[in-house]
Ligand binder design. Structure first.
Ligand SMILES: NC(=O)c1ccc[n+]([C@@H]2O[C@H](COP(=O)([O-])OP(=O)(O)OC[C@H]3O[C@@H](n4cnc5c(N)ncnc54)[C@H](OP(=O)(O)O)[C@@H]3O)[C@@H](O)[C@H]2O)c1
Length: 267
């Protein structure tokens, strides 16, 4: 499979104001995409897009909080009225909160799982057939630490979106009532959110195959960002390249897979 460069096509990236999202925008724009850099903080989003545009790249900012249905609707309405149909959608926005309780579980699932699901649902109507969706996941979302029964459910080839969402709600409930360990869940909301995102990747790849829309999950590796911390071994350029690889797959490329640096990794 050879990668496909932008050729003026549109790529939309969430959480583009800093870290891996900003660098993903820079690399995609450098490869010839018209980039829509979205951010929940208007001032920071404008500053990030402005600094990339100053270096001659085609990058514009639009506001988006992936946890806010009104914000998703406003973004999609704006794109539609401006005649913009994203060819590539990168779900990069994510959080890794300190601590572990029901509130942390709820907020983490809202940003890392429901956000990508709701934005995909709202945007796919506008995206052309043959479009590409990238879920920025994590090796932390692998299925070690889950009970065999939950692993089986998450890996079920016909797992539908409603059952998956209900399973994620079960996790939040189990954290709230203290039964998560005996119910077979690991003690990390971030891990569960990314395992859920991976299962969503497989379900969406199946659902969108008829339109030729490819959906893959990627791990950027452990990267020096606000989230990854200063001890991480990778720079942001190398981490974002892992994301950009999946954004630039062509019609022969994979769908429903999980990759780091362009190579398959275990769920
Ligand atoms: N760094 C690593 O080692 C690593 C490893 C594996 C996977 N990842 C994944 O890579 C992605 C990017 O991480 P990063 O390291 O670049 O983290 P980061 O520096 O903490 O950046 C996270 C980005 O997500 C945005 N965001 C969070 N919640 C949002 C929401 N509700 N709506 C819109 N944007 C939101 C943040 O916006 P604000 O500035 O407004 O907070 C920020 O732009 C995440 O999905 C993360 O899980 C990172």
């Amino acid at each position: 499979m050879t990668g496909r460069t932008g050729e003026g096509r549109v790529a939309l990236v969430t959480g583009g104001n800093r870290g891996l999202g900003r660098e993903t925008c820079r690399q995609l724009a450098q490869d010839g995409f018209r980039v829509i850099l979205t951010a929940r903080n208007d001032r920071q989003g404008r500053a990030a897009a402005g600094s990339l545009a100053e270096s001659g790249l085609v990058v514009e900012h639009r506001p988006l909080d992936v946890t806010d249905p009104g914000s998703i609707a406003a973004l999609v309405d704006g794109l539609r009225s401006d005649g913009i149909r994203p060819d590539v959608l990168v779900h990069n926005a994510g959080i890794a909160l300190d601590g572990f309780d029901a509130e942390v579980a709820r907020k983490t699932l809202a940003a890392n799982f429901d956000g990508p699901m709701n934005l995909t649902d709202a945007l796919t109507g506008l995206m052309p057939d043959g479009a590409v969706i990238v879920m920025v996941s994590s090796g932390a979302g692998d299925l070690t630490g889950f009970s065999p029964a939950i692993r089986r459910q998450l890996l079920e080839p016909d797992l539908d979106r409603e059952t998956l969402s209900a399973l994620m709600r079960d996790f939040i409930d189990a954290v709230a009532n203290g039964s998560y360990a005996s119910a077979g869940w690991p003690g990390s909301a971030y891990k569960v959110s990314k395992a859920g995102l991976n299962a969503l990747t497989r379900a969406l790849a199946r659902d969108l195959a008829a339109r030729g829309i490819k959906v893959n999950a990627v791990c950027p590796g452990w990267v020096r960002t606000d989230m990854g911390g200063s001890s991480a071994p990778r720079n942001v350029g190398k981490g974002a390249a892992s994301i950009v690889w999946a954004a630039e797959i062509d019609a022969d490329g994979p769908t429903g897979g999980f990759f780091r640096d362009g190579k398959p990794i275990a769920w």
